[in-house]
Design a protein around this ligand. Structure first.
Ligand SMILES: Cc1cc2nc3c(=O)[nH]c(=O)nc-3n(C[C@H](O)[C@H](O)[C@H](O)COP(=O)(O)OP(=O)(O)OC[C@H]3O[C@@H](n4cnc5c(N)ncnc54)[C@H](O)[C@@H]3O)c2cc1C
Length: 497
């Protein structure tokens, strides 16, 4: 490929949305992916007739209305589409003190389910979740593009002044502060913590209100929709679209260096020594990998240092990819579950267990008569370092059985019905996803002012942009798609496209 306009390092959803958006605008785009397939944390792998999602299974952004359905919009932009399956319940919570609750797709039904446990807080519950809708309605009334582009900001402000003022008001706020305005019951506040923790991996007082407004409302608006064929299909389709509009992708192309000249990013070097030059370089690797591995760690820019003082790497996960006989799951079992027995352990290692059973929505992902259960729980990489192979395998097995024992409470007979089990550790996440310490992404080190501290796409290195979950607005497929739209928008303006 000659005269490359934009080189994208990595084909996670953030990288692919950037690449497709730019290629659709006529830029010459090359994506370099270190692994064999695209998708990163939204990829898949196949074993013995099962197609497992690597990470994400609860997918927002595949709806049909409004402006926040960013995955649908990204696919549309390159003339590809993805069949989806409606998920009627976002999460079935199994929480301490017998709090057993389903988050129904229908907003009123969810409020009723929750209020049935907290009658005395019914008005507060409604006022809190209604306030989240205010954030969502602001976001959902405008095109979500680069907040680093002044002309766009002016245009949206004149078109939607009230929505913009609304968002400006919520930008520095966290969920905990808003929740405490309306709710006093400590157990209900713990529930709100869990509502945040299950995607932000921090409690409500550290979770930005903007992100919560999206998640707590969109689940009842565009809803949670599972892509037919597995989550890996989204990335596969984006690549199909990228190639349709003239973009290119290379696999097994691990970038080891971002090349700079007079301080400006001008190209990349691969592990095999090959060099590519481009007018703009986009890194879909995490900011830690970008500024400490791909650029000299001793030259880390001041604002990146500052960001690292405010944000740290979240833990990674221990993941169990399980194949199980279908009869283990009773009729009416929901796709996504959260299990926690002790509120004090919500954020502890092996505290909260996240479960997805995508075959309840798409049975073709497993052999007939079997289901997939993906269970994962936070773990730090430090606990998995320095082990011999034997010790590592033994530790994995012990941890897996601890999780299976706990899951037996919600899925009795799980152990007896096991057909397949593969265990991934933080080391697996680091190795296959190329993410430092296998981290899920950045989390605030302490209570910050909402989303104000999250960096956008431009970096201190001219010509170099970051995209993905360590840029605004953070983790999750729809969030990194937002980051991709914003990154492509900023670059398109910079290149005069
Ligand atoms: C266990 C788990 C469960 C999750 N569940 C959900 C969920 O239910 N819903 C949801 O919305 N989100 C979920 N997430 C989060 C979501 O998957 C991520 O936030 C999102 O996929 C991150 O996308 P990204 O584009 O930032 O980067 P990544 O997915 O990390 O992709 C980066 C890509 O860059 C490549 N790369 C990195 N370095 C290099 C290099 N040097 N050279 C070339 N290529 C490189 C990697 O191989 C990878 O393909 C989950 C994540 C995990 C781990």
């Amino acid at each position: 490929m000659q005269d490359i306009d934009v080189i994208v390092i990595g084909s996670g959803i953030g990288g692919l949305v950037t690449a497709t958006q730019l290629a659709a605008k006529g830029a010459k785009v090359l994506v370099l992916e270190r692994y064999l397939i695209p998708g990163g944390s939204a990829g898949y792998f196949e074993r013995q007739g099962y197609r497992f999602d690597v990470g994400a299974s609860m997918i927002f952004g595949l709806g049909h209305n409004g402006t926040t359905n960013l995955l649908t919009r990204a696919l549309d932009a390159v003339n590809v589409s993805q069949q989806t399956i409606v998920d009627p319940v976002q999460i079935h919570y199994h929480l301490p003190q017998g709090l057993d609750l389903k988050v129904d797709r229908v907003y009123e039904k969810f409020l009723q389910n929750l209020a049935a446990y907290f009658r005395h807080e019914e008005p507060g519950i409604r006022r809190f979740y209604d306030e989240c809708w205010k954030v969502f309605n602001c976001l959902n009334s405008m095109d979500l593009l680069s907040l680093e582009e002044p002309r766009y900001l002016m245009r949206v402000f004149f078109q939607h002044p009230l929505a913009c003022l609304g968002l400006a008001k919520y930008l520095p706020q966290n969920v905990g502060d808003v929740a405490q305005r309306y709710i006093k019951d400590p157990q209900l506040l713990k529930f709100i913590d869990m509502e945040c923790y299950c995607w932000s991996v921090v409690p409500a007082n550290m979770t930005p209100m903007i992100n919560a407004g999206m998640v707590f409302s969109d689940r009842h608006y565009g809803g949670v929709n599972y892509p037919k064929g597995g989550v890996g299909q989204i990335a596969q389709k984006l690549v199909e679209g990228l190639e349709k509009v003239g973009g290119k992708i290379q696999y097994q192309a691990r970038v080891t260096k971002i090349l700079t000249e007079q301080g400006k990013a001008v190209g990349v070097q691969l592990a095999n020594g090959k060099v590519y030059r481009g007018k703009r370089i986009v890194s879909n690797a995490t900011r830690w990998d970008t500024f400490e591995q791909l650029l000299p760690a001793e030259e880390i820019p001041y604002n990146e240092k500052k960001w690292q003082q405010n944000y740290q790497k979240s833990p990674s996960f221990l993941s169990l990819h399980i194949g199980v006989k279908a009869e283990v799951l009773p009729r009416g079992t929901e796709c996504h579950h959260i299990l926690l027995e002790d509120w004090e352990k919500m954020a502890a290692v092996e505290g909260t267990i996240f479960v997805s059973i995508p075959t309840l929505l798409d049975p073709d992902l497993a052999p007939a008569g079997y289901h997939i259960i993906h269970a994962f729980t936070p773990h730090w990489i430090d606990d998995w370092q320095g082990l011999s192979l034997g010790e590592y395998e033994a530790k994995k097995e012990e941890a897996a059985w601890r999780i299976i024992d706990r899951l037996e409470k919600i899925f009795p007979g799980l152990d007896a019905g096991l057909d397949y089990l593969e265990v991934g550790t933080p080391r697996t996440h680091r190795r296959f996803l190329g993410r430092e310490d296998g981290t899920y992404g950045p989390i605030p080190r302490r209570k910050l002012r909402g989303l104000l501290g999250m960096p956008f796409n431009r970096t201190a290195v001219p010509g170099l942009y970051c995209v993905g979950d360590s840029t605004f607005p953070g983790q999750g497929l729809n969030a990194v798609a937002f980051s991709g739209f914003a990154c492509a928008h900023r670059i398109a303006v910079d290149l005069g496209l």
